[in-house]
Design a protein around this ligand. Structure first.
Ligand code: SF4
Length: 323
């Protein structure tokens, strides 16, 4: 399980801290694909960076923590923000938007695989025996074994993304964090990558956190989804329920803006833009764009709470509803 415990993270700047994730408090369950969605700048990629413990300047955790607990090969493990790096690849892997940001452009893929596999996993294997295992795994992922001799720049975008997914999943990690893994790809390749991620998650029964601005992507593969807006979590629920019956006005407007097969009506986006993270307004962050805003919304921030079984939301309209 991943427990995001009242997490606040910010970017340090010369003009003060810009809070990108504020008081995020929720859980991600074992063996699920959990999606994080929202407009660009809502904090979803920052949240993923903190989960992966990429706390490089200027990003910092101001409050709270992330706790990973689980079991791998019969051994329980527990990791916390600040100590996650030692478990990279083995327990927790990361699939970035652009594979080139992880792959070394001047190293053949086989060397990058060998570098990422810890000696305890290789045991007494020779280098060639380890590479034979990698080749067999690549073939399972529809990548030819010759890929191992290639440099990243010799592969197409789709092949590079498959290679990085192979690298990220070779050790069968308990958690896979994927940040917009299909954004840079064309629609056909995108579908292939999504199906691959879903197949790998089902086969390994691990937990996947998928960040994407594209709600269509979430609809296709996630089990539950969290909607972020302006650094705050607005709603969490089962993907199917949330699409059929969004509780939060922001979620409802996002879903309403999606194109539908056979519906020729012009879809309009949500008018306005999110407030600046540097100096956000008091109250509900969505108030300036929300057609249902009341006076209280402009000065009191709604609590993020369970509003019905398994559904969490932050909205004053839902405060009368019982969990
Ligand atoms: Fe709209 Fe108020 Fe709910 Fe915010 S709290 S989403 S402004 S109704």
């Amino acid at each position: 399980m991943i427990k995001v415990d009242h997490l606040t993270a910010s970017y340090k700047t010369l003009d003060g801290n810009v809070v990108a994730v504020e008081d995020a408090n929720f859980e991600i369950r074992d063996n699920e694909i959990f999606g994080v969605a929202g407009e660009s700048g809502c904090g979803k990629s920052t949240l993923l960076k903190v989960l992966y413990d990429i706390l490089d300047f200027p990003l910092q955790v101001d409050a709270g923590r992330v706790l990973f607990t689980g079991e791998k090969n019969g051994q329980p493990f527990s990791l916390e923000t600040g100590g996650v790096r030692k478990a990279w690849w083995n327990h927790i892997s990361y699939v970035p938007q652009a594979a080139m940001s992880v792959l070394n452009p001047i190293a053949r893929l086989k060397n990058q695989f060998l570098d990422s596999i810890p000696p305890e996993d290789r045991g007494r294997e020779t280098k060639e025996q380890t590479l034979d295992r990698v080749r067999a795994y690549l073939e399972e992922l529809n990548l030819s074994s010759e890929t191992l001799d290639a440099y990243p720049f010799q592969l197409s975008g789709g092949m590079r993304q498959r290679a990085i997914i192979a690298l990220a999943t070779f050790m069968h990690p308990s958690v896979i964090l994927a940040d917009e893994p299909t954004t840079a790809l064309d629609v056909v390749v995108q579908r292939g990558i999504l199906m691959l991620l879903m197949k790998l998650q089902k086969a390994s029964r691990n937990t996947m956190v998928l960040v994407s601005h594209d709600l269509g992507v979430h609809y296709q593969i996630t089990d539950r989804i969290g909607i972020m807006y302006s650094g705050r979590m607005m709603e969490i629920g089962k993907t199917v329920d949330l699409f059929q019956n969004p509780k939060h006005p922001y979620t409802a407007m996002l879903i309403d803006a999606l194109p539908r097969v056979g519906d020729k009506r012009q879809r309009v986006g949500i008018p306005g833009s999110p407030p600046p993270l540097r100096n956000p307004p008091p109250g509900c962050r969505f108030a300036a764009r929300c057609p249902k805003a009341k006076d209280v919304c402009r000065h009191d921030a709604p609590a993020f709470r369970e509003v019905s079984q398994g559904r969490y939301a932050a909205c004053h309209l839902l405060e009368g509803e019982d969990a």
